[in-house]
Design a protein around this ligand. Structure first.
Ligand SMILES: NC(=O)c1ccc[n+]([C@@H]2O[C@H](COP(=O)([O-])OP(=O)(O)OC[C@H]3O[C@@H](n4cnc5c(N)ncnc54)[C@H](OP(=O)(O)O)[C@@H]3O)[C@@H](O)[C@H]2O)c1
Length: 336
């Protein structure tokens, strides 16, 4: 059994991660951490896991934690994560990092968009980006993987094969995304409280959202062109789910069905990417690691729609998929 610990295990991504790991046949969960000095039992913080695992939260003591685990899933906010990931990796622990700390190629871009000094800057740019369907061989040989952002996954999964195959133009690319409120995490601020966002949809972060440079940088690896996506997220009154509507121009005469054929070839062996003839919806992927994608043609524009669960394919499902790839297991172990 592979011993697994979760750093920052009181949050939303962590509870979904625990649900998957507790049914994973190759894993035993040996440590869960929180800054709470009271060390509550797992079932007090996550009642849905009552009687599933007899473990208390502990404060992170890095030397002790490294004795307890072979692999760490770090479910911390950005910057807090990189402050410890380097120490874990240097101690021989494999890490799957949920934060944005290692997703970007360079420290300058990180500091520009996140507004903080990077606590582990020498590792930036040398970490595999954790979409297995796009970067499997790099993930397989990595000790640390940057789990992708939830919005970037919903954009990159449909866009990467099309840019690689030169089927679409590199500008304009407009990504219009809707997210459920769990995307903001469990400990959150006023604008995510129920009366603030129920029965309301609002755009936010126009031109400033931190997932925009992530999409741009990763997409460039498939076309070698500096792309500036126009990305606008919207907060919607759902618990979970992301629906992204992406507007692109085809190159030559590529039709919506050429786009669907390209995806069908590219993702032929991928269990978690479903090319759908029907329009996709968050309900059909909720609680699963699937990303559903489809395309239509509208007055000269190709309209792509993708749907995934921000907490699963956008976070914890992708993390376990990365874990499986890193350990030579089938992607689906523990998840189907
Ligand atoms: N939510 C999503 O849909 C989603 C999707 C993709 C990626 N992510 C990323 O995944 C990470 C976790 O997100 P989440 O939604 O699970 O957040 P969350 O529900 O707010 O949980 C965050 C966890 O981090 C701990 N924590 C918070 N601030 C900390 C600090 N300064 N130092 C150490 N520990 C701290 C909290 O634990 P204690 O307070 O108990 O110590 C908690 O366990 C974030 O980097 C987020 O950007 C989230």
């Amino acid at each position: 059994m592979i011993r697994v610990g979760i750093v920052g295990a009181t949050g939303y991504t962590a509870v979904e991660l625990l649900k998957i790991l507790l049914r994973h046949p190759e894993v035993t969960v040996t440590a869960i951490t929180s800054r709470d000095p009271e060390s509550p039992h797992l079932s007090e913080v996550h009642p849905i896991l009552r009687d599933q695992l007899n473990l208390n939260f502990s404060l992170l003591d890095i030397p002790k934690f490294c004795q307890q685990v072979d692999v760490a899933f770090c479910c911390l906010p950005h910057a807090a994560s990189a402050a410890i990931v380097g120490q874990l990796v240097d101690a021989g622990v494999k890490v799957i990092d949920f934060s944005a700390d290692y997703r970007l190629n360079d420290v300058e871009t990180f500091q520009q968009w996140y507004g903080v000094e990077h606590p582990d800057s020498q590792r930036v740019g040398n970490v595999a980006y954790g979409i297995p369907e796009l970067f499997r061989s790099a993930i397989r040989s990595s000790d640390v993987v940057a789990n992708p952002g939830c919005f970037p996954s919903s954009a990159l999964i449909p866009l990467a094969p099309l840019l690689k195959a030169d089927l679409i133009q590199t500008a304009p690319i407009i990504v219009d995304s809707k997210t459920g409120i769990s995307g903001a995490g469990r400990k959150t601020n006023l604008k995510f409280h129920y009366p603030e966002c129920n029965e309301s949809i609002s755009a936010y972060g126009i031109g400033t959202h931190r997932h925009m440079p992530e999409i741009d940088q990763i997409i460039k690896r498939f076309c070698n062109v500096d792309i500036q996506t126009v990305f606008t997220p919207h907060l919607t009154p759902m618990d979970r789910g992301i629906l992204s509507t992406i507007y692109v121009q085809s190159k030559g005469k590529a039709s919506a069905s050429d786009i669907m054929d390209c995806w069908a070839d590219f993702y032929e062996d991928e269990k978690f990417i479903r090319v759908s003839p029907d329009l996709v919806a968050t309900k059909n992927v909720s609680g699963t690691n699937f990303c559903d994608i489809t395309a239509r043609h509208c007055r000269g524009t190709i309209v792509i729609v993708s749907a995934l669960d921000n907490l699963i394919k956008g976070a914890s499902g992708a993390a376990v998929q990365n874990f499986n790839v890193m350990h030579g297991l089938d992607d689906t172990v523990g998840m189907l």
